[in-house]
Design a protein around this ligand. Sequence first.
Ligand code: 13P
Length: 287
Amino acid sequence: MLVSAKEMLKKAKAGHYAVGQFNINNLEWTKSILLTAEELKSPVILGVSEGAGKYMCGYTTIVGMVNGMIKELGITVPVALHLDHGSYEGAYKCIEAGFSSVMFDGSHYPIEENIAKTRELVALCEQKGLSLEAEVGAIGGEEDGVVGGGEVADPDECKMIADLGVTMLAAGIGNIHGKYPANWAGLNFEVLEEISKKVGDMPLVLHGGTGIPEDMIKKAISLGVSKINVNTECQLAFAAATRKYVEAGKDLEGKGFDPRKLLAPGCEAIKETVREKIALFGSAGKA
Ligand code: 13P
């Protein structure tokens, strides 16, 4: 059964570790992530962007697939199915479809509008027992064709949104989606510390987990980050392993073209990436 991310993140914040949100793209992704979380006895959050939602034939298809897998694979660890960077309309659709968690990304609206829309969704999610993530300060980089500039959030605005009663808060601190450029200035820990002080117990979310050096991840967790989103890194690992398989001519040997064989190295690569992240985030054994 899917669960809200509330309990797992409350425990993570109190226990000074973070739960990984791993974005899914298809059945192989979902299966690889769920099996790894179960293997390491870690809670896990499956992230679905609106683009990936369309690709996977809509939110109800995804809810059916994930619920089916939890049952058929005997997954016992807490699993939250979460809309990533949802629009206002997208959040409603996911709530309707049976997601257990949604993000409403109102960071591109003026703060008053972000507050009004977030407030409305807080009430609805509370009523339905779902977790809600809000965002202040756009995360840079490109995601689903949306390019953000990588703002640094205003700690007072973070406090205003946190006080609405959201479950977790994503605050831009110089993090970006996708690979980091060579001249990246790093995470802004001064601002993170200030936000942390203002929002108290509220679990903070770090987007753009791909390519952030380990020491920065650990420092961010020590300053109140309890959820870390990873997407691109699994895609890169999958693509590299698949490329290696094809370049070695394995798809031409025997039944190597069978998708169950062709996609197997990529799935193993996703599992290895997820294992590394769960170890780094400290959530193994916390289910
Ligand atoms: P990356 O693709 O950089 O890992 O970011 C993932 C993310 O933040 C999803 O919201």
